[in-house]
Ligand binder design. Structure first.
Ligand SMILES: Cc1cc2nc3c(=O)[nH]c(=O)nc-3n(C[C@H](O)[C@H](O)[C@H](O)COP(=O)(O)OP(=O)(O)OC[C@H]3O[C@@H](n4cnc5c(N)ncnc54)[C@H](O)[C@@H]3O)c2cc1C
Length: 391
């Protein structure tokens, strides 16, 4: 919604996959299991993290992207269980310690997979977990539209760079949620140093999608013509009017159900914009998202109710999913390197000379514009040297 209102999205391609989610539901099995000493095995009952040299020092405690890629490599090379998952074993920790520290994990494994974690290993595979990117804000949580703030996972103040460390989402919420609140309430705070909006542009982007991205009916509909700062009152009035008209149309017309469109986008994102990303797959995802935009034109809401109408809510959300999915995929296609959570088959190195920069995408009245802005490495007291990560 912020994107369509004229706020750029930042680093959307940086998506974290968590290595231990239950295969049938994606329910998360906490890192705590590996933290306590849980072990990952493949179908040959080999301790995969060491057996295949994925992380010879850290083993199961390597960062999430490394463990996720290791598990999927096992599965892709035929050493996955039922070609779909690996095993996470905590039995050796003993009943007393498991009940003391990890009791809720027992319930999750039992309820969602029918597995007793005291007696058998649990099935796990990587699942989409966290968005490092999001709505561009400054350090006061404010966007380039005066009065519009974002904080938490939806925002990108870029605390996490390309790869969040576990546990860092909540401190970010507390710090930047509070700062956004104080600033919005008019508390006297330092003027933000982080530049936002198109003026922060440092370099034009270069991406060649196989189909036009953005709105099917680009032009005229959206609030901010060029992503520049707009009067808050005008933004709100226009947006409310437009949304009213859209809701009326959805409720009053006949058409297909949003779930069909949503399922198509989910499928292509799972197939093509997952842990492993290849150029042809990313291209295919953009084609599929374009088709989903075309199909979405035919969507209507069957339930005519105007109170707590979940069909309507999900239909509106599906439109947002299209824009988010496309922003992730465009950023991923453009970033020709392997950095943090973003892995590209054709570009297996981290290219610091070229790619220490934030991916920015402006909705630009329905014709998305890609550009980059610099990463801030200089603090008040020291400059942070980027370092290669190795295991
Ligand atoms: C399983 C799991 C475990 C995690 N564990 C940890 C951890 O241990 N430590 C850590 O730091 N981070 C953890 N994270 C990440 C962290 O929990 C999230 O990043 C964080 O909770 C996000 O908070 P938020 O307030 O930004 O968003 P949310 O908590 O998602 O809040 C957004 C709210 O907006 C509401 N909403 C949505 N749409 C609308 C609408 N149209 N109108 C009104 N309201 C709306 C939603 O219902 C929701 O309540 C975990 C994440 C997951 C999924």
């Amino acid at each position: 919604m912020a994107y369509r209102a004229g706020v750029p999205m930042e680093d959307m391609e940086m998506i974290q996959f968590h290595p231990t989610t239950l295969p049938s539901t994606g329910v998360l099995i906490s890192e705590g299991v590996r933290g306590e000493g849980g072990i990952l095995y493949n179908d040959n009952e080999e301790r995969l993290m060491f057996e295949y040299g994925y992380a010879n020092n850290a083993g199961e405690l390597a960062s999430r992207d490394v463990v996720s890629r290791s598990e999927l490599t096992e599965i892709n090379e035929g050493r996955g269980i039922e070609d779909e998952y690996v095993h996470l074993d905590m039995r050796h920790l003993g009943e007393e310690r498991i009940l003391d520290r990890l009791e809720n994990i027992l319930h999750l494994a039992e309820d969602f997979e029918g597995v007793d974690g005291l007696d058998e290993p649990m099935p796990v595979k990587p699942g989409q977990h966290y968005a490092m990117g999001g709505v561009e804000t400054d350090e006061n949580g404010e966007t380039c539209i005066e009065g519009l703030y974002a904080a938490g996972e939806t925002a990108c103040v870029s605390l996490h760079g390309a790869n969040r460390l576990g546990g860092n989402a909540l401190p970010e919420l507390l710090v930047f949620g509070a700062r956004a609140g104080y600033h919005a309430a008019g508390k006297d705070m330092k003027t933000a140093e982080i530049e936002t909006g198109p003026s922060a542009k440092s370099e034009a982007g270069d991406v060649h999608p196989p189909v036009e991205p953005g709105a099917i009916d680009a032009g005229g509909e959206d609030v901010a013509a060029d992503g520049a700062a707009v009067e808050p009152k005008a933004v709100i009035e226009n947006a409310v009017e437009r949304e009213r008209n859209r809701v009326d149309t959805l409720l009053e017309s006949d058409g297909i159900n949003h779930a069909e469109v949503r399922a198509d986008v989910q499928e292509t994102m799972t197939d093509n914009v997952n842990v492993f990303r290849k150029e042809d797959g990313l291209m295919q995802a953009l084609r599929d998202i374009r088709q989903a935009r075309v199909d979405y034109e035919e969507v209507a809401v069957a339930d005519p109710s105007r109170t707590y109408n979940t069909d309507l809510i999900h239909t509106i959300e599906t439109r947002n999913i299209l824009d988010v999915a496309e922003a992730i995929t465009l950023g991923a296609l453009a970033r020709e390197e392997f950095r943090g959570a973003h892995w590209r088959a054709e570009h297996q190195e981290r290219k610091d000379d070229e790619w220490i920069k934030h991916t920015m995408l402006a909705w630009n009245d329905g014709t998305p514009e890609l550009y980059y802005k610099p990463v801030i490495l200089e603090g008040d007291e020291q400059t942070y040297e980027p370092k290669e990560r190795s295991y």
